[in-house]
Ligand binder design. Structure first.
Ligand code: AMO
Length: 440
């Protein structure tokens, strides 16, 4: 393969390196080629050390003046922390080196010298506050602890897909530009769509329902946008949801699937993220499930003098329930009809077939049985102050053979936050979008 030079004196042939590279955790003995970030460095005059970090681990690179190439020794002195370097050298067993091994370098290429000073502290004991860390998220992600959060989130997503495929559900994609609200009249981001007014999707609710009415079991990982103005530790303006919808299901069928789904996810995280959980100091247990009506939840909250809310549970009430029933997914069903969206099936005049699921002190999911009867749906749209004309195609989809159905949506960042006991939901998003943040 012919290659043209990119004009860099310190150029590394990346294709060659790709073939020859040893990841730090795989280092045993002999000659190795490694690359990564300068985690730490020490200069004792005649002896220089670098702790080199890649995605798998950390190894010491040790150079003694006069015993290594002069250029190599110089590079070890001039390179700054968090710079990216390539090292070729011999592995030596060393009792003093962390991990019992070190590399004696023959060749070093500084691939990217990090500018000094770094704008945030990326050491293991960093005290930089969250907003500043998020301003420099790309650098914050150099930290092992921060990477651990997103490795766990990766497992969570993988487990969700795996679980759903085992359930026999079809992985679906839905539009992100919509013509009318899917969760209620407010909280929409407007978008220009040629001559028409459009919105960024609040959820894939209406589409997953239409699909479940033919394919029976469907799921999605879907980005949602909510123009809520509040700035809290549990809300984002852009978040992701694990959506599920099933035909021939009421809310109890759906809660059963959701309970097993959360258990499956937590179990996989316990099995596959031991070192990440350790680095985040999290002790996890596969949760049980607990069912109660909204009325029962309200009685419990009142007993502990916690505010409930007329048709919603307060954050304090959610917290209290988890304190009383720790390590449980708590399903609160028979929810007041006024507190649920238009598409939730009523249960009598006051109640609904909707529920919320609480885990580790907060709502992780809501769902329920939906209305599959066009007449009732139009009635409920009107009751919520919405115009049925704006929902014509959705309502029509139930006119030609639509089974009873139900589903749920789990907040991906919420679930990550609660599994890992994070104090702010922004810790669980790579690049958060909130009221004040549109970059990076
Ligand atoms: P809901 O609006 O309750 O229901 O959202 C489902 C779950 O998504 C998470 N969530 C959020 N996370 C971060 N920031 C937000 N602003 C935010 N809003 C919601 C929560 C919540 O439980 N279509 C229905 C679901 C369904 O019935 O299938 C829906 O969107 O964890």
């Amino acid at each position: 393969m012919s290659k043209t030079s990119k004009g860099n004196v310190n150029e590394l042939d990346l294709m060659e390196f790709y073939k020859e590279r040893t990841y730090i955790n795989d280092i045993k003995s002999g000659k190795v080629e490694v690359a990564g970030w300068v985690h730490d460095k020490r200069d004792l005059g005649k002896i220089r050390f670098i702790l080199l970090r890649d995605k798998t681990g950390i190894i010491q690179v040790t150079a003694i003046k006069g015993k290594v190439d002069e250029g190599v020794f110089k590079a070890m002195g001039s390179v700054s922390g968090e710079s990216v370097i390539y090292v070729k050298g011999e592995v030596k067993q060393s009792k003093q080196a962390p991990g019992g091994k070190e590399i004696v370098p023959e060749k070093i290429i500084i691939l990217a010298q990090a500018e000094m000073p770094l704008p945030i502290d990326v050491s293991d004991f960093s005290k930089t506050e969250l907003p500043k860390r998020l301003d420099y998220r790309f650098l914050d992600l150099h930290r092992k602890k921060i990477q651990a959060i997103f490795k766990v989130q990766s497992t969570i997503q993988e487990a969700y897909v795996e679980f759903m495929e085992k359930e026999g559900a079809v992985f679906a994609q839905f539009p992100s530009i919509i013509s009318s609200s899917s969760e209620g009249g407010t909280e929409l981001f407007e978008a220009k769509y040629f001559e028409q007014k459009a919105y960024l999707s609040q959820s894939c609710q209406l589409y997953k329902q239409m699909l479940a009415c033919s394919m029976e079991k469907v799921f999605a990982i879907f980005t949602v946008w909510r123009a809520e103005k509040h700035n809290t530790i549990r809300h984002l303006n852009e978040s992701r949801q694990f959506d599920y919808e099933q035909a021939f299901a009421d809310e109890f069928v759906v809660m059963d699937v959701l309970g097993r789904c959360v258990q499956y996810i937590v179990k996989k995280v316990i099995e596959e993220n031991k070192s990440e959980l350790e680095s985040l100091d999290v002790k996890l247990k596969v949760p049980g499930v607990k069912y109660m009506t909204f009325k029962e939840a309200a009685v419990i909250a009142k007993k502990y003098k916690v505010h409930v809310g007329k048709d919603d549970l307060s954050g304090d009430a959610e917290k209290k329930l988890s304190e009383l029933f720790p390590d449980n997914v708590i399903f609160v069903h028979d929810w007041p009809l006024s507190g649920k969206p238009f598409y939730i099936m009523p249960k009598g005049k006051e109640l609904s077939c909707g529920f919320d699921a609480i885990y580790n002190g907060m709502e992780i999911s809501s769902g329920g049985q939906r209305i599959h009867l066009p007449g009732l749906l139009i009635e409920r749209l009107k009751a919520k102050g919405l115009n049925p004309k704006d929902f014509k195609k959705y309502v029509d989809s139930f006119r030609y053979g639509a089974p009873p159905h139900g589903g749920f949506g789990i907040g991906v960042e919420r679930l990550t936050m609660l599994i890992l006991n994070l104090s702010n939901i922004r810790e669980a998003v790579l690049f958060p979008r909130d009221r004040d943040r549109l970059v990076p």
